[in-house]
Design a protein around this ligand. Structure first.
Ligand code: DC
Length: 230
């Protein structure tokens, strides 16, 4: 288990389309903390593996990439997300549902998870970290001061993800997307290592029917109650 760090950490875990990414970004911005989008790291491993021509079942090759890949997160002048892999912006390529499926497959391998552990923990620096993923509260940051498990009804999650992908210019069918999300969640929940689940000390927030502002407010209240911020 990781040693407790001086840096305060809030973890936000949950299934695909639960709004973790949006909520984590908004909370991090509000309180001025760093953000870890751990899903992007798994997406990058799968993407880098395909680009390097690795066989899909080459666990060791993917684990080596997870350790060696040069990754930088940032934003362009307009504030849009940039994800640099070996200096090249791959932000668009890794956000497709196909890239999400690839990420979910490599994420089931213990070698890849172990290789990403140190990289993820390195994000915990002052003044604080909001960490978004599947196992942030259970495995990567078990000593986090606030753990959120964010859920929403499956239909609403599929609709949210559909809108997100359409806004990014992807033409995907809602029915196909619902099937892919269900398949991805099942794989993430049933894998042997670090499966998607709420930590025993997590606060569960069901965001079905709630807007982004209401969920962010709830997280800010929970953090304030723990004196993480004013
Ligand atoms: O959050 P996301 O949709 O970008 O994540 C893509 C996949 O990566 C997800 O289906 C499972 C995997 N993942 C994981 O196993 N553990 C994490 N902490 C984050 C993501």
């Amino acid at each position: 288990m990781a040693a407790p760090s001086d840096c305060p950490i809030v973890t936000i875990d949950g299934p695909s389309g639960s709004g973790k990414g949006t909520i984590s970004r908004a909370v991090a911005q509000k309180v001025g903390w760093h953000l870890l989008d751990s899903g992007a790291l798994y997406r990058l491993v799968a993407f880098a593996g395909a680009r390097a021509g690795l066989a899909p079942e080459d666990t060791q090759g993917h684990a080596r990439l997870a350790t060696a890949m040069d990754v930088r997160f940032g934003a362009d002048a307009a504030g849009s997300e940039r994800v640099l892999l070996d200096g090249q912006d791959v932000g668009r390529e890794i956000r497709t549902e196909t890239a999400g499926q690839g990420a979910s497959r490599v994420a089931a391998w213990p070698e890849v998870r172990a290789a990403l552990l140190r990289r993820q923990r390195a994000f915990a620096t002052a003044p604080g970290l909001v960490a978004d993923g599947r196992d942030m509260g259970t495995v990567v940051f078990p000593h986090a001061l606030l753990k959120i498990f964010l859920t929403a009804a499956p239909e609403e999650r599929a609709l949210r993800r559909h809108k997100q992908l359409k806004d990014k210019g992807s033409d995907v069918s809602l029915a196909g997307l619902s099937r892919e999300i269900a398949e991805r969640d099942l794989r993430d929940e049933t894998r042997q290592v670090a499966p998607l689940k709420a930590a025993s000390d997590a606060c569960v927030i069901d965001s079905t029917g709630l807007g982004v502002g209401a969920v962010v407010q709830r997280v800010l209240e929970l953090g304030a109650a723990r004196r993480l911020w004013p």
